[in-house]
Design a binder for this molecule. Structure first.
Ligand code: BES
Ligand code: MN
Ligand code: ZN
Length: 511
C-alpha cells in the first residue's frame, strides 16, 4: 500500500502584488478593512471597485476578477472575506474558500496577500505564525482529494484525462519584510498539519480490501522510520501470548491476523510528560455474527478512524518537535462473521483479567480498546491517556455528525479538550460518567457486559471502557463515530475527514 504525500511548495515573498505571477491572487479583507482599504488596493491593480457592492467580506465570501490590462501579472484576482478576522474559524473558512476557488479554476499556483497580517493578529488573539498556519493548513486540507483508486482507463475524453487537476502545487504569501520569519514558520507547520490530516483521511478512505491490520502496522512503521520515532508491532502470536483476549476474540471470525502497534515519539530531555493516545483500528466492521444490515455497511471501512488519527497525530508531533513524549497504541483487526467467529453470549478474558460477556459481537470496538487501555497504562504509566474511536451509532443520535462525544474522569483534561475543540473547530461535547450507568452493563455471568441495552448507548460504551483504566486519574475517551466520516456526496468533505488530528494537536501544543 502506497501513501502519496501531497506536495505543495510554499514561498513567502515581499515583492509587490502586481509582480506576483500566479493563477490566482487572493486579496483578503476583514469587514472593517473593506471600506478603508479595498478601493485603494483594487485601484492600484487597475481593477474596477464598483464590484465591491457585491462583496460583504463575511468569512469565506469570495468575488472573482479577471484583470484585463497589464497591471497585474496574476491571471485571476480573488477578493476573500475573513469576517471580523478575530477567530480561528474566520481564517479556516477563508482558507477553505480559496481551495474551492482554486479547484473550480483548476489553478496550480495561488498567492495570498498577507500584507495586513499584523493588523489581523492585533484584532484576534492569534500570532502571525498562528494565522499563517491556519490559512496554509485550511487551504491545503481543503485541496485533499482521494482519487488514487481511479485508473483513468474509462475516461473517454482524452484531453480531460491528461489535464486532470492535481491541486495547488505552489502557495505564495505576500507579506511586509518584518513578517517574513513568522509567516514562514506558520506555513511550514500548516503544511505539516494538512499533510497529517491527509494521512488520516487516506487511511480512512482506503477500503477493507486495501487496508487491513497488517497494512496499518506497516504504514505506522514506515512513518516512524521516515519521521524519527519508533513503531513496535505485535503480531497475532505476541498478542495471544500477552493475553489480549479482547483483540483475539474480535479477530476470531477473520481470515486475516490482528496487529497491535505501539508508536513512540520521544523528544528526550526536553520532554515535559507522557501522553498516550489509543485508537480503535477496526479495518472493517461487519458486526460479526451480530451482523449489521446491508444498507450502509460499506461505510464501516471508516471504523479505524481512531487509529488513523492517532498515527497522523504522532507523525505530526514528531515533525513539529513537540515537547512531550507521545505514545500511540493501535489494536487492529476487522470484525467478521465466520465459522470461527465469537458468538453472542461468549465470555472472554481481557488483558486486565476482567471477564466480559459478549452480548453483541457488534460492540467490538470496546473489546479491543479494553486491552489497549490496560496494556498502555500498565506498561508505560502515561501522565494522560486519551482514546479515540468510532465507537457508537448512539453518539451520532445524541450529537449528530459534526461533533464528537467526550468523556473524562478529569475536569481539567475535559476543559482543555473542550477548548482545543473550540479553537480547532473540531468540537467535543462532554457527557457524564456517573456510576448510575454501571447498572446497565452488569452481567450475570461475567464481570461486565459489552452492551447496555437501548438507552444511553454512548455512555454505557464509555462506562465499559472506564473499567479498564484501573485507577488512572487523567483519562479521556472521544467518540468520533459522527464526525470521522461523511457519507453524503456533496457534503463538506466526502469520506474520511481527519477529524481529531487538529483537535489533538491543539490540545498537545497548549498543554
Ligand atoms: N463501529 C460501530 C459504531 C459506528 C456506527 C461507527 C456508525 C460509525 C458510524 C460500532 O462498532 C458499533 O457497531 N456499535 C454498535 C454498538 C451496539 C451493538 C451496542 C452500535 O452503535 O450500534
Ligand atoms: Mn460494531
Ligand atoms: Zn465498530
Amino acid at each position: 500500500m502506497m501513501m502519496i504525500a501531497m506536495k505543495t511548495e510554499t514561498t513567502v515573498t515581499k515583492s509587490s502584488l502586481k509582480n506576483i505571477k500566479a493563477g490566482l491572487l487572493v486579496l483578503p479583507f476583514s469587514v472593517k478593512s473593506l471600506k478603508k482599504d479595498a478601493p485603494k488596493v483594487l485601484g492600484a491593480l487597475g481593477l474596477n471597485d464598483r464590484a465591491l457592492k457585491d462583496f460583504k467580506a463575511a468569512a469565506g465570501d469570495t468575488l472573482l476578477f479577471y484583470p484585463g490590462g497589464a497591471s497585474v501579472k496574476a491571471s485571476r484576482v480573488l477578493l476573500l472575506g475573513i469576517g471580523e478576522g478575530a477567530a480561528t474559524e474566520d481564517y479556516r473558512k477563508a482558507g477553505t474558500s480559496v481551495a474551492r476557488q482554486a479547484a473550480t479554476c483548476e489553478v496550480q499556483s495561488v498567492a495570498v496577500d498577507a500584507s495586513s497580517i499584523v493588523e489581523w493578529s492585533a484584532r484576534s488573539a492569534l500570532s502571525l505564525e498562528d494565522i499563517a498556519e491556519l490559512l496554509t493548513g485550511s487551504i491545503l486540507n481543503a485541496t485533499y482529494r482521494f482519487d488514487r483508486l481511479k485508473s483513468g482507463k474509462m475516461e473517454k475524453d482524452k484531453k480531460k484525462k491528461k489535464a486532470s487537476y492535481e491541486g495547488i502545487s505552489r502557495l505564495i504569501f505576500r507579506v511586509n519584510a518584518g513578517s517574513i520569519k513568522d509567516v514562514e514558520k506558520g506555513t511550514v507547520s500548516g503544511m505539516v498539519i494538512a499533510e497529517s490530516q491527509g494521512v488520516a483521511r487516506d487511511l480512512v478512505n482506503l477500503p477493507g480490501n486495501l487496508l487491513n491490520a497488517v497494512d496499518i502496522a506497516r504504514y505506522a512503521s514506515e512513518s516512524a522510520e521516515k519521521h524519527g520515532y519508533t513503531a513496535t508491532v505485535f503480531d497475532k502470536d505476541a498478542i495471544d501470548h500477552l493475553g489480549m483476549g479482547g483483540l483475539m476474540a474480535v479477530n476470531k471470525g477473520s481470515k486475516e491476523p490482528p496487529t497491535f502497534t505501539i508508536l513512540d515519539y520521544n523528544p528526550g530531555e526536553k520532554s515535559k510528560g507522557t501522553v498516550a493516545l489509543v485508537g480503535k483500528g477496526v479495518t472493517f466492521d461487519s458486526g460479526g455474527i451480530s451482523i449489521k444490515p446491508a444498507n450502509g455497511m460499506d461505510e464501516m471501512k471508516c471504523d479505524m478512524a481512531g487509529a488513523a488519527v492517532v498515527i497522523a497525530t504522532v507523525e505530526a508531533a514528531a515533525r513539529l518537535g513537540l515537547e512531550y513524549r507521545i505514545l500511540g497504541f493501535i489494536p487492529s483487526t476487522d470484525n467478521m462473521p465466520g465459522g470461527a467467529a465469537q458468538k453472542p453470549g461468549d465470555v472472554i478474558t481481557t488483558y486486565s483479567g476482567i471477564t466480559v460477556e459478549v452480548g453483541n459481537t457488534d460492540a467490538e470496538g470496546r473489546l479491543i480498546l479494553a486491552d489497549a487501555l490496560s496494556y498502555a497504562i500498565e506498561t508505560y504509566k502515561p501522565d494522560t491517556i486519551i482514546d479515540l474511536a468510532t465507537l457508537t451509532g448512539a453518539c451520532i443520535v445524541a450529537l449528530g455528525y459534526g461533533v464528537a462525544g467526550m468523556f473524562s474522569n478529569d475536569d481539567n483534561l475535559a476543559a482543555a479538550l473542550y477548548d482545543a475543540g473550540q479553537v480547532s473547530g473540531e468540537k467535543v461535547w462532554r457527557l457524564p460518567l456517573w456510576d448510575e450507568y454501571d447498572e446497565l452493563i452488569k452481567s450475570e455471568v461475567a464481570d461486565v457486559h459489552n452492551t447496555g441495552g437501548r438507552g444511553a448507548g454512548t455512555i454505557t460504551a464509555a462506562k465499559f471502557l472506564q473499567n479498564f483504566i484501573g485507577d488512572h486519574k487523567h483519562w479521556a475517551h472521544i467518540d468520533i463515530a459522527g464526525p470521522a466520516f461523511s457519507g453524503k456526496a456533496g457534503a463538506k468533505a466526502h469520506g474520511g475527514t481527519g477529524f481529531g488530528v487538529s483537535l489533538l494537536l491543539d490540545f498537545l501544543r497548549n498543554m
